[in-house]
Write a protein that binds this ligand. Structure first.
Ligand code: ADP
Length: 480
């Protein structure tokens, strides 16, 4: 195979149009490869291949499907270094984070290989003696998975692994910025021996045309999407025409609350990792850091000290903590948020500007930044910044901060630090978010359900709930 090809029906093929597009390293601008620029007819072919593979795949016993998944997971771990390098080259995150992501991504495959064996049904007592009621679960059918660029490996396996374990064939469309990791994963799926048509890969520069076919093709029975709220709404509207199943993991606006009874050092370290990992480009990164007034100064001093130690650069280089932003669009948004906040009275405690000198000349680099005196009405508190900027917002008491934290149309992840166990339960229950990190900045794991409330979407990925998304419930009422 070559990077210029899609994987359809067990074969590596060019786009029907013969077109390709380039993938570049966001730290250096270097050309990494050319990939197929698929159009509508390529998608139709992939969906038909998946549909053709469905009966055979669904009919396999779960342990048989598990064998292939476990083989794929083992290959991912064997090739962790190589996969991490590809991931960092096209996405920019530090190599250590990329290695962690490959392990995390393989974790979904291993976990769902096993969970596929536990798709239990039930029997229900009937109302009359001559009937028996049986409930079984069956795979929903062909799944279209659309994934973002911020986790080029983990977002893929978080969708594909439960779908495959449930018995569904998949068509994956990765983000146009990061298709190379998906290629490498599909080489592994091929090697692991998945039957032709069970896993299909479509890359494109024009996601709207490909997306339309995935939504409109009646053979696609489910769409699993992670990305922006705007595109999620578009897909949901499209899916409504066929009452197609959909799960949406959309934007966030995560509050990170530090109460005066927190372990301050732990809270500082967690705020740094939650805010600056992946350059602040995750939908669960702390977006607003609320600090109780009585500890604001000591928190800010310690926090700024840690942020100043973060080394920015090319993620492939040793010792780098913060890489480039993914592209021009992301970079402009970060600049705009900082300018807006400063214009409205925020103070820059550290950072605050783009870097274009020397090694930063060919990427979109923005210094790790901390802002103080951030107040309601600034864009940075309303929208997801998706960049390395930490706004510090003071608060007086618990009721006030809960109101502020919930005052958003999003509801994905929220964090808080407190050593008071009653407060932990109270606050966790009141925060309107699908994922709560209580004294924990890293709440996402394969075995637990992850997903949002409000405009952050619906459906859950991970855990027992994650496989249910790909299963239909069927009642068999049997007369004797
Ligand atoms: P971001 O702003 O983080 O790039 P997007 O929602 O634009 O988020 O992208 C997430 C995924 O959705 C990517 O794979 C992208 O190609 C895809 N996408 C973007 N627009 C559409 C669309 N109109 N239909 C289907 N998929 C789309």
């Amino acid at each position: 195979m070559g990077c210029g090809q899609n994987y359809i029906g067990g074969r590596w093929v060019e786009a029907a149009s013969g077109r390709t597009f380039s993938v570049r390293n966001p730290a250096t601008g270097e050309l990494l490869g050319m990939v197929a620029d698929a159009g509508r007819e390529d998608v139709t072919r992939a969906v038909e291949a998946a549909h053709g593979a469905f009966p055979g795949w669904a009919a396999l016993a779960a342990p048989e499907r598990a064998k292939l998944l476990l083989r794929a997971a083992a290959l991912m771990l064997e090739r962790k270094e190589e996969l991490a390098r590809i991931l960092t080259s096209e996405q920019g995150k530090p190599l250590k984070e990329a290695q962690g992501e490959i392990e995390y991504a393989a974790g979904f495959v291993t976990w769902y290989a096993e969970e596929g064996k536990r798709v239990y049904g039930e029997t229900i007592p009937a109302s009359v003696a001559h009937k028996r009621l049986l409930v079984i679960k069956q795979p929903v059918g062909v799944v279209a998975a659309i994934t973002p660029w911020n986790f080029p490996a983990a977002m893929v396996t978080r969708k594909i692994a439960p779908a495959l374990a449930a018995g569904c064939p998949v068509v994956l469309k990765p983000a146009e910025q990061t298709p190379l990791t998906a290629f490498a994963l599909f080489q592994i799926f091929e090697e692991a021996g998945f039957p032709a048509g069970v896993v299909n890969l479509i890359t494109t520069r024009d996601p709207s045309e490909v997306g339309r076919e995935l939504v409109e093709n009646p053979l696609v029975r489910m769409i699993a999407f992670t990305g922006s709220t705007d595109v999620g709404k578009l897909l949901m509207r499209g899916a409504a025409a066929q009452v197609k199943r959909i799960s949406l993991e959309l934007g966030g606006n995560a509050p990170f609350i530090v109460f005066e009874d927190a372990d301050l050092d732990k809270a500082v370290a967690a705020a740094v990792s939650s805010k600056f990992r992946n350059m602040g480009q995750t939908c669960i990164c702390a977006n607003r850091i609320y600090v109780q007034e009585s500890i604001l100064e000591s928190f800010a001093t310690k926090f700024v000290e840690r942020v100043r130690q973060l080394k920015m650069g090319n993620g492939l280089e040793e010792g780098v903590h913060v890489g480039p932003l993914i592209d021009e669009g992301g970079f402009k948004k970060v600049c705009a948020h900082v300018e807006d906040a400063v214009a409205k009275g925020a103070r820059i405690l550290t950072g605050g500007a783009p870097r274009t000198d020397g090694p930063f000349a060919h990427g979109h680099f923005f210094e790790p930044t901390v802002l103080a005196d951030v107040r309601k009405g600034m864009q940075i508190l309303e929208e997801e910044t998706f960049g390395p900027v930490a706004p510090l917002v003071p608060f007086r008491d618990e009721a006030e901060v809960i109101r502020a934290a919930n005052d958003t149309r999003y509801g994905l992840a929220a964090y808080f630090y407190s050593q008071n166990v009653s407060r932990c339960i109270r606050v966790a229950e009141q925060l309107e978010y699908g994922v709560i990190g209580a004294n924990d900045a890293m709440p996402a794991v394969p075995q637990a359900p992850f997903g949002g409330l409000k405009e952050s979407g619906f459906g859950r990925e991970g855990g027992r709930e994650g496989i249910e998304e790909f299963l239909e419930v069927k009642l068999i009422s049997l007369g004797l």
